[in-house]
Design a protein around this ligand. Sequence first.
Ligand SMILES: [Zn+2]
Ligand SMILES: [Zn+2]
Length: 260
Amino acid sequence: MALLEEDRVRRLLRPLLRTRTVLEPVASRPAERELTGTRFGGLPAMEDGESWPVCDGCADDLRFVAQVNNERDGLHDRLPIAFFTFFYCWNCHPWGRSGERGGWLVRSYTSLTDPHVADAGDGPAFEERHALPLPGKSLPDGCGMSLHCPELWDLVPGDSGGRDAWANWRVVDSASLDLTHERVRAPHLRNAGVAIGGYPYWANGGDQTPFCPDCPDPMELLLQIRPTELTDASWGDVGTLYLFMCREHTQRTGLRIQCT
Ligand SMILES: [Zn+2]
Ligand SMILES: [Zn+2]
């Protein structure tokens, strides 16, 4: 099998380019407490009339993981919501279940009319940490090509593991780095880090992008949490958590977790 030409690979990849925002941990806190600032841990902002969410599996309080001011900190072609909060239940460990709902919650808002920060003691909290948003570009990682670029997946070919395939994946990696200028140069770390938008870094196993039940489209990455100093929350043994949302039907969200 002939080695793929990098020009040809670049032509296949260019239409797939997405932007993303990497959330880089920072030690400093904002000077003033920001009601709807992006943060991990601490207390969430809620809309007037909302209360601390309860797990629909075990009826315990959900734990607040993170909130994102998408409108301000989403420096990419963001999903059409202004703000979201994310809660999770460590009693129920919802990943791996067949159902899309249960044991976790994304509350998303196109605008907030009268938000307030939840009271301390309303629910269990992680230590509050902050992030700096940095813009970047993103292409699917290796296994993501099976969904997003089947033509390339077939050309490589896919996950055959043959020597030719490895050589072809190196061509793909080189072309990808050339197009995205990712700061993390190691190709096997494509889409690393904590990020909103772009494509996921599938930590272990194949592409598990959920599809929207209301349309034929795959959902888009809303938030990816790789193991990070941004949060004490963790999922299994070195787990990466992925939240997805349909761009058209923003009430449709999906959760995936992969452990390495
Ligand atoms: Zn639960
Ligand atoms: Zn949809």
